[in-house]
Write a protein that binds this ligand. Structure first.
Ligand code: ADP
Ligand code: MG
Length: 409
């Protein structure tokens, strides 16, 4: 019993440590740190195996192994896989080959389930991992039964092993899921607070500035028509008018983004909006050798502020094109319906972002570009948030960035 608790601790500490100290926002990619944490778990479990009264020995090494393969996929599971086999080789024992074959099967099967697993809801993920661990052990004991006698003790062992694996796995995965959900919720709350403040502020400032701008515009126009000013003076006035127009446009944009406007509200499947943005940006994309492709499979509709949605896509596409400036590439856009959600995936193969850069996205004036305003993403987050959607970002330096927008209908 003590050893069992100790083993549980071995599993718990690396997992909790990882989730508390590192960013868990994406678990689709190869993850070295988590891989190392899981390997530590595996090795500790193997160092302190659980001994049953009958003399049978087993340990919980496959639990972190299954978890990492399910959540992070093949590459991340490779390090614990090697650890299991090298360690097994080193200590020897009669079932080296068995352990090798078994871990290989687990590695392959669980990694194949990786994508399917991540697309499940929390409840089903917990159920899935429980079943995976249950079946793995049944399979393990089945292979073992060729060597071991099928007696009373073997049955006791089986029940004990399977029960422990099932229980520990269920507890662990439930905890992981709860932790991830909490972290996400926290981020969401922080984001929505930020947008609330930004949109209120921008609306009021934009509104206040618009009136004096309009007045100045009018007077300057009168002045430019005056016959008593010199040509040079008229030029100055015209420049001022030009700049004023620009300022009015920016303010206008800000107003559009601060509140949905009724005349713009449309019931839409987003086909027109995503394509509108593409058409607008075509010349810009050509300039940088970027191709824009849209794959559309959506029949769901939602009530949107059309011009906001269009601008939102323009801003994201534009960033994608700018990220691929150096080498060119393809901006892939996919719109599809899934259950009761419209999902929009916008993927570039550009410069990518670090985790810090990702978390700075949406902060006003955050920009890494010489001519950047750092307002594009503020508007994007703002508009999506207003429409009741969420946006997720996955990015790797040098590899590219994927934005995933989800709108519940
Ligand atoms: P701007 O484009 O004016 O810099 P944005 O708010 O549109 O402002 O974007 C803010 C920053 O986010 C950019 O400067 C860039 O560093 C980063 N960024 C946004 N989208 C991408 C992307 N697809 N790839 C890489 N970096 C991006
Ligand atoms: Mg931008």
């Amino acid at each position: 019993m003590q050893i069992l608790l100790l083993n549980f601790l071995f599993l718990l500490i690396p997992f909790l440590g990882y989730f508390i100290f590192f960013d868990v926002s994406s678990y689709r990619h190869f993850n070295l740190i988590f891989s190392i944490f899981a390997t530590i778990s595996v090795i500790c479990c193997m160092l302190f195996p659980i001994q049953l009264q009958s003399g049978f020995i087993f340990d919980l090494r496959y639990i972190p192994f299954i978890i990492i393969a399910l959540y992070w996929g093949f590459k991340s599971a490779l390090i614990p896989y090697l650890a299991i086999n090298i360690y097994q080789l080193w200590i020897g024992g009669e079932n080296i080959i068995e352990s090798f074959l078994f871990s290989t099967v687990i590695l392959i099967v669980m990694s194949l389930c990786n994508h399917k697993f991540l697309s499940l809801d929390i409840k089903y993920r917990i159920l899935f991992s429980g079943t995976a661990s249950f079946l793995s052990m049944v399979f393990y004991l089945f292979t073992l039964s060729f060597w071991a006698p099928f007696n009373h003790e073997f049955w006791i062992l089986s029940i004990y092993v399977i029960g422990t694996y099932l229980l520990v796995m269920l507890i662990l995965v439930s905890m992981i899921e709860r932790l991830i959900a909490n972290i996400r919720e926290q981020k969401l709350i922080m984001q929505s607070d930020r947008f609330q403040i930004i949109s209120e502020l921008s609306a009021s400032v934009a509104h206040e500035i618009r009136n004096p701008l309009t007045a100045t515009h009018g007077f300057l126009q009168l002045l430019s028509q005056s016959k008593s000013i010199s040509l040079q003076e008229k030029n100055y006035v015209d420049y001022s008018l030009q700049e004023l127009k620009r300022a009015e446009k920016i303010v206008g944009d800000f107003l559009t983004f601060s509140r949905p406007q009724y005349e713009n509200m449309k019931d839409s499947d987003l086909k027109e909006e995503t394509e509108y943005a593409k058409n607008i940006l075509m010349p810009y994309a050509h300039m940088y050798n970027v191709d824009i492709q849209i794959h559309f499979h959506n029949s769901l509709h939602k009530y949107f502020d059309r011009s906001q949605m269009q601008q939102c896509f323009i801003n994201i596409y534009k960033n994608g094109i700018e990220a691929m400036k150096e080498r060119g590439g393809t901006l892939e856009i996919e719109v599809f319906g899934q259950k009761q959600n419209i999902l929009i995936k916008i993927k570039d193969s550009g410069i990518g972002m670090t985790d810090e850069q990702i978390s700075a996205l949406g902060k006003p004036y955050y920009s890494t570009k010489k001519q950047g305003t750092g307002l594009g993403m503020v508007m994007v987050y703002n508009a999506i948030h207003k429409a009741g959607g969420t946006i997720e970002v996955e990015s790797k330096i040098g590899k590219g960035t994927t934005f995933m927008i989800t709108f519940p209908v």
